[in-house]
Design a binder for this molecule. Sequence first.
Ligand SMILES: [Fe+2]
Length: 427
Amino acid sequence: MPVTKFETPEKYKYLNGFASFHESEAIEGALPIGANSPQKAPFGLYTEKLSGTAFTAPRHENLQSWLYRVLPSAAHSSFEPFTDVTTGNFGAKLNHIPNQLRWDPFDIDKEVDWIRGLKLAAGAGDPTMKSGLGIYIYAAGRDMDANTAMYSSDGEMLIVGQHGVLDIQTELGNILVRPNEIAVLPRGIKYRVTLPAGPVRGYILELYQGNFILPELGPIGSNCLANPRDFQIPQAKFDEDTSTTWSIVNKYNNELFVAKQGHTPFDVVAWHGKHPKDINYSILIAKHSFVHQYSGTAIADFVIFPPRWLVQEDTFRPPWYHRNTMSEFMGLVCGEYDAKAGKGFQAAGASLHNVMTSHGPDAATFEKASNAELKPHKVVDGNMAFMFESCLFLGVTEWGLKTCQKIQPEYNQESWSDLRPHFKRPE
Ligand SMILES: [Fe+2]
């Protein structure tokens, strides 16, 4: 079946092209010509640079955007601890345990907004060292508070929508994230999340180091699976409000702070650069490679298991039993995952198999796949599993292990205790 673009409402006008240079102006002439920081920017706008890499980063890695806005971001009060959050667990202690873990579908809390509905489930590393990552479950039932925006100093957030619709107003334009879509919010970008279709739920990978990039082309070459044009970027859209008090919430070293300012943060009239990106429509993989001499070894890979044909001959088609040096956090957006015949891995649930934690098909799947007639088989539309894979040990928070009350204590027993030997010594 051909892939079709999701219909996008007129409000969300996108540019296409991952990590490409783009420019966008909501008023014609707002972008200066021939200079990034002219003595006077057009229309009395202020110039502000947002950098996503060190300014000395080589050209092919350099990410930066120039913003032309009504007032600069610096015009705000001092940051104070954001004490309003009673349910957040940012920076929670990570428990490192080698067990296979699996979670029932996570609940939606209809009382909370995006900020209060972010729960750290697992992670590794430390934002202050720009190393590692955090894995969050988000679940919310109401818009973010009026005149409130958020940004993370800690990393770049990849959002995997599972339920509901996120309307994300960013400094650079609006993006819409529906189930089966993903989005990336770059480090430092201010945004506000509202819920036009009611409660939402999904998964987030926050990358404390580097940026998501497209995977190398590999043996299938230039006609690869994830192409730059599959990814969309918002266009400039601005408000002019300089009389309302706004709260700016900053996630900084996994603590929340808030500052006040008397103007909207969404006042960018024009921008240009390579920095902002929204992966709003994609077929496969965004990947961050750790260091290039470790080519292929990632702090975080994002991989999906979409509808596809299975046609292999003389092959055990589900994933084989394995123990990896990589950690695997899996989620299910919808449908079923073909390595688990039981009902334990459900949409909106998750599983985690850490470094050298053995796993593979459950006993029922092994029996079925070992004896299946190997006809072409379609994993039909409506199935979408994904994985956050990391070379790091992923610790699990108290919320993940206990508070969420979704951990399946019998996961190991249910999956693999029924496996029986098939070995027959040759005569
Ligand atoms: Fe695995």
